[in-house]
Design a binder for this molecule. Structure first.
Ligand SMILES: NC(=O)c1ccc[n+]([C@@H]2O[C@H](COP(=O)([O-])OP(=O)(O)OC[C@H]3O[C@@H](n4cnc5c(N)ncnc54)[C@H](OP(=O)(O)O)[C@@H]3O)[C@@H](O)[C@H]2O)c1
Length: 286
């Protein structure tokens, strides 16, 4: 028996990275999980892997930027498992690192569609089910930029502050709805494709020079923030709303910096980096 036994959880963007780790952690705690991402093949494979481990799982390929698809995902959860107790709006994208004016507007739009519209559609869909059922927990994913401007990552960073304010406003609007918890989670730096497979706009490479060291100091395996997502979804938060979970604490910051300093002093810093960078051309207006 885990702390989520009997619960049904939907996690968007859960075929890799943090979403996959959250889905695995929920399933390991006894929840039936519904996995999704845009890739039908990845969804099928992930759901099959879960079932092979003895976990209850279903899946559907969904683009979170499409409301009808998000509603179908909720309908699948209800059809397969009868209800939705936990909904995590995890799917997110970044785009290349570089000046806002050189960012391809179509890529910018893609960030807005996935991060902002995706969170909005997922939230209203989950909320309508929670209201019918008389309860449920919604978790929206924060990230860099949620608490201060993120120059050279403006599309991503400004989408995350939007998610923060959106989530807080939604929690305030629904604070009298007994049994509904609306939370945000800042997972810190997580070792996933989104963090380490970087694109940089030509001319901005210099600004990312120290990025591999930053990743080495502070990035964590996805299993770490997934534990916080379990805590938010579990009984510890029953009857609460508006919580902002944060994995990137002062302790993490100080420990990472001290370890790096020790490596520098002793000359034992790792020679290789997990960070991979591809240069892309700047966007030019016609
Ligand atoms: N990694 C970090 O350091 C970090 C730090 C702070 C916050 N976060 C946040 O954590 C969340 C997960 O990030 P991650 O690092 O795990 O990213 P990731 O490794 O790139 O995984 C993203 C997942 O979302 C899916 N996805 C992307 N766009 C989608 C869309 N429009 N519709 C449905 N699914 C979509 C991807 O699958 P498909 O591409 O196949 O659709 C994939 O399963 C994001 O919200 C991110 O902002 C990450």
């Amino acid at each position: 028996m885990g702390i989520l036994t009997g619960k049904v959880a939907v996690i968007t963007g859960s075929t890799r990275g943090l979403g996959l780790a959250i889905a695995q952690a929920y399933a390991a705690e006894g929840a039936a999980v519904v996995v999704s991402s845009r890739s039908a093949q990845a969804v099928e494979q992930t759901a099959a892997d879960f079932r092979a481990r003895g976990w209850q799982a279903a899946g559907m390929s969904v683009d979170v930027a499409d409301l009808a698809q998000v509603q179908s995902l909720a309908a699948l959860a209800v059809k397969e498992f009868g209800k939705i107790d936990i909904w995590v709006n995890n799917a997110g994208v970044t785009g290349p690192y570089g000046p806002t004016a050189q960012f391809d507007p179509r890529v910018f739009e893609g960030v807005v569609r996935t991060n902002i519209l995706g969170t909005y559609y997922g939230s209203i869909t989950a909320l309508s089910h929670f209201k019918k059922q008389g309860g449920g927990k919604l978790i929206n994913m924060l990230g860099m930029g949620y608490n201060k401007p993120a120059p050279w990552q403006n599309a991503y960073g400004s989408s995350k502050v939007w998610i923060r304010h959106f989530t807080k406003a939604l929690a305030a609007e629904n604070k009298d709805q007994t049994g509904i918890g609306i939370f945000a989670l800042n997972p810190g730096m997580v070792l996933t494709d989104l963090l380490v497979r970087n694109e940089v706009i030509a001319g901005s490479e210099e600004k990312l020079k120290s990025f591999p060291v930053i990743v080495r100091m502070w990035a964590k395996p996805a299993e770490e923030p997934a534990k916080k997502a379990v805590w938010l979804a579990g009984p510890a938060t029953d009857g609460k709303t508006g919580i902002e979970g944060n994995v990137f604490t002062t302790g993490v910051l100080v420990r990472g910096a001290l370890r790096e300093l020790w490596w520098k002093v002793t000359g034992t810093a790792p020679k290789t980096s997990e960070v991979d960078m591809t240069t892309v051309a700047p966007w030019q207006p016609d």
